[in-house]
Design a protein around this ligand. Structure first.
Ligand code: PLP
Length: 385
């Protein structure tokens, strides 16, 4: 029951109505200590300046040129422009992920880690795509043999092979892959090109701006026959979750010819992205001054998040609680034996969080900093019982 985020988050909201002591550690949204969303004030300040023409017509199916042309510059990933590429705006990061999986769903296998964002599995199931799981960690880093094993099995059994790598600030662990790990992943994937299967690597960078390691250069070394699909979300970096803005950048030989296929994916799901959101974002991304201001806002928000993680981590250390490998991020996860029971016990102590494979996930992002020590103590009490 506690693996179902929507359900647990509803339970937390209901409990909060009668009891202000409830700690809701389910929310993947960055909040300040008053419980308000930390959003981009630059983005917000542009909204009232828009004309009706900038708000109400349909947006282009693939999104506005202003955003597409400036996206890789904004992400400081212009090196990917040197390769064949095309960009589109999607309904959140979820739209980008869903489009790739649905576009390549025929006899497809999706390689995911056991600790992953559960929606990957839901999307795969929805499009009839089989999942191949590997254990994410070995010792304190990526379980590279496990990754290779899952990939090999999928390559042997399927025509379409889709790998998802979520870095930096992985959900649910907050782990950033190191440059060496990214390089190893790239080399392993390249080693399977000879089997002539269609291989796509989705790089899910939903939490990119909050990550410590934002260097994605290793993926420039992917074989040109592998498609790299960079899925980005404006939800987190701009704090505009409800606007549903994300992007997809496809890199690799022949991707320009896939435009029609991807146009159809969007057209048949959300048809065209949010016009108002695209107009505002276009004005931000096409103006260097605005970009600099947004970087500063993100820096300030990252500092708030880092402060929260510092408080929580040192409290966990104090109570002797170990976490899965963690770098920075909205979430961290704690390995526990009977996660369902631990989550249930915690809910009886006014703490709501979700379970993951072999552990519990704490969404530090949504908890007020002054309650994090208490949260760690309550978790420790249940785990150490
Ligand atoms: N990827 C991961 C790992 C996420 O956790 C999320 C959202 O929680 C997304 C992608 C999608 O973000 P959105 O569709 O809200 O932009």
């Amino acid at each position: 029951m506690f693996e179902d985020i929507t359900r647990v988050s509803q339970m937390a909201k209901n409990a909060l109505q009668n009891n202000p002591n409830v700690i809701n550690a389910t929310i993947g949204v960055l909040l300040d200590d008053n419980g308000d969303i930390l959003y981009s004030e630059i983005f917000d300040s542009i909204i009232p300046t828009l004309t009706p023409k900038e708000k109400y017509p349909y947006e282009d199916v693939l999104g506005s040129k202003d955003i597409k042309d400036n996206l890789l510059k904004f992400l400081k990933q212009e090196k990917f422009k040197e390769k064949e590429n095309f960009n589109m705006i999607t309904a959140g990061g979820t739209g980008a992920l869903s489009n790739v999986i649905s576009a390549f769903k025929e006899n497809a296998g999706l390689i995911v880690s056991d600790l992953c964002w559960v929606n990957y599995l839901t999307i795969a199931k929805n499009f009839g795509v089989e999942t191949y799981k590997y254990e994410l960690f070995k010792n304190e880093g990526l379980n590279i043999e496990g990754f290779k094993g899952a990939l090999e099995q999928a390559v042997m059994e399927k025509d379409n092979v889709i790998v998802i790598i979520n870095t930096p600030s992985q959900n649910p662990t907050g782990y950033d892959l190191t440059n060496e790990e990214m390089q190893e992943v790239t080399e392993i994937v390249n080693g399977y090109v000879k089997y002539n299967k269609k291989i796509t690597v989705i790089l899910d960078i939903a939490y990119y701006n909050f990550g410590i390691n934002q260097n994605l250069d290793a993926f420039l070394n992917l074989d040109e026959n592998v498609i790299l699909a960079i899925a980005y979300s404006f939800s987190k970096s701009f704090g505009i979750y409800g606007f549903r803005l994300g992007s997809l950048t496809l890199v690799g030989k022949g991707v320009a010819e896939l435009e029609k296929l991807f146009y159809t994916q969007s057209r048949t799901k959300w048809s065209n992205p949010n016009k108002l959101g695209c107009s505002v974002l276009g004005k931000v991304l096409s103006n260097n001054d605005n970009i600099e201001k947004v970087y500063q806002e993100i820096k300030n928000h990252t500092a708030i998040l880092e402060n929260k993680t510092k408080i929580f981590k040192s409290a966990l250390d104090k109570f002797g609680i170990k976490t899965f490998p963690f770098t920075n991020g909205f979430f961290l996860s704690i390995p526990v034996e009977d996660a369902e029971n631990v989550a249930l016990e915690l809910s009886k102590n006014d703490v709501y969080l979700t379970t993951v494979e072999g552990g519990i996930r704490v969404a530090i992002s949504g908890v007020a900093s002054y309650r994090l020590e208490e949260l760690a103590e309550k978790i420790a009490k249940v785990i150490n019982k």
